[in-house]
Design a protein around this ligand. Sequence first.
Ligand code: CA
Length: 346
Amino acid sequence: MKHKAIKITIGLAFLALLIVTQVNADDQDFLWIEDNNQVTFSYYDMHFIAKAGGQVPKFQFMTDAGFEYNVMFHSLTEYLDYNEDGVFQFNETGLWKEEAPPGPVFSNTLPLSSVRFIFNGFDVEYTEGTEELSAVHFNYTSETINAPNYGDFEITIVVHLYLNDQVVDGYELIGGQEMKFDVIMNNWPWQREDSNLAMRFDIIPMNTAYNYRLNDTNGNPVNTKENTTGYEYKVLNHGDAVKEQISIGDEQYQAFFAYANQAQYLINNSYEYKTVNCSVSSLGDGSVQTYLSFEHFDDEVTYDPSVGTLEDPVIDKAGFGVIEIVTISSVSVLAITLLSRKIGKK
Ligand SMILES: [Ca+2]
């Protein structure tokens, strides 16, 4: 019995060694892990998390030093642009307040918490002709939607992290510092023909040790101390920029939630780009609600926001990073547990 336990321990020690070797062989200090519909990308001291299990889909950025924010994919709402400013305000959710509905009415908001997603595995890319890692991609696909009348709606979230600077569809990504996610939607159950769709993301700074400031894409501070729900203001797009950035930071550190000012619409088997406008409010609790507004679509629409940082990673050349140590110690703990179980049985 004891002999067997030693064998297992040696086996696991080898496994630990293999994991460490693998990490060092990549020589990029870039790691990707999936566990229970939560994917973590780690690049030196920075960690990007995309989670689609449990509550709403969540995109998170954090550093080892403790700078952290979440972007929660809260909901989708069909709305009627009563004031014709091209963006969503909270009092525009009533689709039929000025006329009688032609048929039965159902909720025109789909909370993303009612969508059950499945993880479809990683797709790893290497620079052509080399063993140099260039990107890691994965999908979360909607499996079931637990909301009446939304059974045919389909939503896929495709997440990308590129290791080198990259231009994708005119969208400039910062290598290793930005996680892009494409949201692909089909079969939205429209109740009206003249309505729009608002996609809500909540930006939530974490760790109160930081004196967070949130500025809109024009550099204007967003008031997060007062509840401005119902007073969503339109953020003016930059004419020439593809990417609009809401910055999240303090005196020392600048991160961002970025959104493109156009979305790709599939219309009669060809792609067209249409403008996406954003409106912003706050619950007064330090968070910001962003509503990205999409024109009516019959077929498919694809949109790609991102979370990231303007700061370079902190490269610690001294030795193993935190994740590697965690990996080794959890394997060691497993070995110790198995060993003690064997001894206990004896
Ligand atoms: Ca409006």
